[in-house]
Design a protein around this ligand. Structure first.
Ligand SMILES: [Zn+2]
Length: 230
């Protein structure tokens, strides 16, 4: 059920509904119970959704929260679609990412950004956690103590002496084998805190094709950045 404002009046004889500026208002006579109003609204649900979406599309043309309308998820382009709903959530189909924001949300573009980042981070985290488990075993390293993701502009990953690892959220657009390279690179830093020959030989031992993965990032890295209008 959608959110609505209920306005009762003694002069009213019938129940009516209005959708304006993304707000649903229900007008009702004093004597009509809340239960029968809600029953009536259930029948109206589809019509209300349609009105809310129409109004949202109109707003979309005026304020574009993202500079692009597409995001890459493991190399595959997904079209971004923004809709309104009773609650805020993200839905992914084959090549569409639909971001639903609640009609109560005030800072719309900020909320969409947050929902998008959260959804992409969940996907990236799920993949990286799985591959970290695999590579830690392969490289006989203990699992990292902490794993964080961020919108870093100039780095793909980092690690420190407390065995805390960070990864750039932009990696979500990269091919999975390139993400694997970043994982091995960071895990190799747990032994060598530099880019010495010994470090690269450790990377090469567990990820032999590291030169082409690293070259891929240099060449395509900029295209993985997403930008927001603020
Ligand atoms: Zn490094």
């Amino acid at each position: 059920m959608f959110e609505y404002q209920l306005k009762r009046s003694t002069r009213r004889k019938t129940v009516a509904i209005k959708v304006s500026k993304k707000v649903v208002t229900v007008y009702a006579p004093m004597h009509v119970s809340k239960t029968s109003i809600e029953q009536w609204l259930k029948i109206k649900q589809a019509w209300v959704d349609l009105q809310l979406n129409k109004q949202l599309n109109f707003i979309d043309k005026q304020q574009r929260p993202l500079k692009q309308c597409q995001v890459l998820i493991f190399e595959k382009p997904h079209t971004l679609v923004f809709k309104q709903s009773a609650s805020s959530y993200v839905e992914q189909s084959d090549d569409v990412l639909t971001i639903y924001t609640s009609t109560r949300v005030k800072k719309l573009s900020q909320k969409r950004q947050q929902l998008l980042c959260q959804a992409l981070e969940e996907k990236l985290a799920a993949y990286i956690e799985m591959r970290l488990a695999y590579y830690c075993q392969l490289m006989t390293e203990a699992l990292p103590t902490k794993l964080t993701f961020g919108a870093y502009k100039r780095k793909w990953g980092s690690c420190n002496s407390r065995r805390e690892l960070t990864f750039s959220l932009n990696l979500i657009g990269a091919p999975t084998h390139v993400i694997d390279y970043v994982i091995v690179h960071e895990l190799a830093h747990l032994k060598y805190h530099n880019h010495s020959a010994a470090f690269w030989s450790r990377v090469g031992k567990f990820y032999p094709d590291y030169k082409s993965a690293s070259a891929w990032l240099k060449q395509n890295g900029a295209s993985l950045q997403w930008e927001f209008d603020n």
